[in-house]
Design a protein around this ligand. Structure first.
Ligand code: MG
Length: 189
C-alpha cells in the first residue's frame, strides 16, 4: 500500500503557522478559533501580497523552520514505513525543498519521497503515484482527492476544516487515531 502524506498541519502541528505569525508578524490569532485555512486572511494583505511578502522577507522559510511536529508522528512514520511506501506530498514549492528536507532530518523523520506541487492540486500526484490512501488537513484537498480518485483520505481535525465531508474522508484527532484507521484498510502484519 502506498500512502500520500501532506506536511503542513498533518506532519507539523496545525497551530505552528499561527504561532509563528503571532510571534513574528504581530497578529494575535487564537488557534482554537482559527476557522480560516488561508493565512493571508488574518492580515490586511491579499493572498498574492501576503506570499510575496513572506517569500521576500524570509518568513516563508521561517515558518517551515520553526514548525513543530505533531505528537507521536515520528514514532508512527517509522512504524508505517516498515509496511508501506510513504510519499510526502506538499503544496510547498521546489524553492523550499532545502529547508523542508533539513526540517525532516532535524526531527529525525523518514525521508524516502518528497513531492512538492507548488499548488493545492494533489489529485494528479495521487494518480501518477497510484496512491492508495492520503493523509491531509486541508478540507478542500481532502474532499477533492476523495471525490476525484475514490481513495480513502484521513483528515486531521483542525478548527479550520470543520465542515461536512464525504464518506471516504475519515476525520481523526491524532496520529494514534490515524494509524488505527490505516490498519482497517491494510492491517500491519
Ligand atoms: Mg496541510
Amino acid at each position: 500500500m502506498k500512502i500520500g502524506i501532506d506536511i503542513d498541519g498533518t506532519i507539523t502541528h496545525p497551530s505552528s503557522c499561527f504561532t509563528y505569525m503571532n510571534k513574528h508578524l504581530g497578529t494575535s490569532i487564537d488557534f482554537n478559533q482559527a476557522s480560516e485555512y488561508e493565512l493571508h486572511t488574518y492580515t490586511d494583505m491579499n493572498q498574492i501580497e501576503f506570499w510575496d511578502y513572506m517569500v521576500n522577507s524570509g518568513h516563508e522559510t521561517g515558518i517551515y523552520r520553526e514548525s513543530i511536529p505533531q505528537e507521536h508522528v515520528r514514532h508512527h512514520l517509522w512504524n508505517l514505513r516498515k509496511q508501506y511506501d510513504l510519499h510526502y506530498v506538499t503544496a510547498r514549492s521546489e524553492l523550499v525543498r532545502p529547508v523542508t528536507e533539513e526540517w525532516i532530518k532535524q526531527h529525525e523523520l523518514p525521508l524516502d519521497s518528497l513531492i512538492m506541487t507548488g499548488s493545492h492540486d494533489k489529485v494528479q500526484v495521487v494518480r501518477d503515484l497510484s496512491l492508495d490512501l492520503f493523509m491531509e488537513d486541508r478540507l478542500e484537498n481532502a474532499v477533492q482527492i476523495a471525490e476525484d480518485t475514490s481513495i480513502p483520505v484521513i483528515l486531521f481535525d483542525a478548527p479550520y476544516n470543520r465542515k461536512a465531508v464525504p464518506n471516504n474522508v475519515i476525520r481523526v484527532a491524532s496520529w494514534n487515531e490515524a494509524v488505527q484507521e490505516i490498519q482497517k484498510f491494510a492491517p500491519i502484519r
